[in-house]
Design a protein around this ligand. Structure first.
Ligand code: PRT
Ligand code: ZN
Length: 283
């Protein structure tokens, strides 16, 4: 039995979705232009769909799982289970107003807000006790203030350049979003097993991306201090160098602490530091 996965047909999430599958060793290179593709080496069938339709297809079990933006999942309010964040497609859903306007917490009271996310926006406005009129539009939301259709917008932002080019400024962030894996609520045991296999691989790929392999040379009299700075998977590997009095130290560093620790290592006397990407990481 094959696990049916829905991903975006084309658009911002398409490439990263295919890339993630590839990094998981799942090859679907045979026909991205079609409606669906089979993987040669994993019991999975990939459907290419519009992102907006993915939650519905997963709720209806037309697809068993899907890769789709959190923004879409929360807006569509379908009965699906959120399983994992995928680490790509990062953006935020924000409120923006004309850059020359003064903003305060009650600025939006009684105003018109254009958005493609009326559900998420209404929930936010209710929570904040703001009475505003929502104008739902499906695209080019950022031009709404300029043509007098709205006083503010609520739209996805990543670099901020779209807002900037339209003379707008971001004033509130409503939701931080990225691509997530969703699944149908009643997956059978056999398909759940395939999903568990896929999740295991996704975790290994994500962990690898967040970590780097590091090699360095250390004078033996500084070894203790240097090893103390390195976490490692269990503990660092230490090998003697051909040159007397020196050792080579190998370890794994998390991206978040990376630069801090590198500085400390240098200060402690480490030399010839090499940093190498990790392809898969299973702990
Ligand atoms: O055809 P289909 O319906 O499948 O695609 P779509 O056109 O609806 O979606 P698409 O491909 O634009 O986006 C798919 C998903 O990518 C979204 O649902 C988000 O989860 C995620 N994502 C990440 C983004 C952005 N970043 C993003 N910047 N989606 C849209 N944008 C748009 C935003 O709407 C605005 O117009 O980019 C513009 C802002 O970008 P900056 O960089 O100028 O701030
Ligand atoms: Zn869409």
């Amino acid at each position: 039995m094959k696990l049916k996965l829905a991903i975006q047909k084309s658009g911002r999430l398409h490439e990263d979705s295919v890339k993630l599958l590839k990094e998981c060793g799942i090859d679907i290179s045979n026909g991205v232009n079609k409606l669906k593709a089979d993987a040669a080496n994993f019991p999975i069938e990939v459907f290419f769909l519009r992102d907006d339709d993915i939650p519905q297809y997963v709720e209806d079990a037309v697809a068993d799982i899907g890769f789709v933006g959190e923004n879409v999942v929360y807006e569509k309010q379908k009965q699906v289970e959120v399983i994992d964040k995928l680490g790509f497609g990062k953006c935020r859903l924000s409120l923006a107003i004309n850059k020359n306007e003064e903003y305060s917490s009650n600025y939006l009271q009684g105003k018109r807000i254009a958005t493609s996310y009326p559900v998420i926006l209404q929930k936010y406005l209710t929570e904040q006790n703001i009475n505003a009129e929502i104008h739902e539009i499906s695209g080019s939301v950022e031009i709404a203030p300029g043509i007098g259709l709205a006083d503010a917008i609520c739209d996805l932002v990543s670099s901020g350049s779209t807002l900037f080019m339209n003379g707008l400024k971001e004033v509130e962030t409503i939701l931080q979003s990225q691509a997530i894996l969703i699944k149908n609520k009643s997956l059978n045991a056999e398909l759940q097993q395939v999903l568990d296999k896929l999740l295991f691989r996704i975790q290994a790929v994500k962990k690898a991306k967040n970590n780097k392999y590091i090699l360095l040379n250390a004078p033996n009299d500084k070894l203790k201090e240097i090893i103390g700075l390195l976490p490692g998977m269990k503990s660092p590997t230490v090998l003697p160098l051909a040159e007397e009095g020196w050792s080579s130290v190998h370890s794994v560093l998390n991206e978040n602490q990376f630069w801090d620790i590198i500085e400390q290592l240098k200060a402690a006397g480490a030399q010839g530091i090499l940093v190498i990407p990790i392809e898969k990481m299973i702990v």
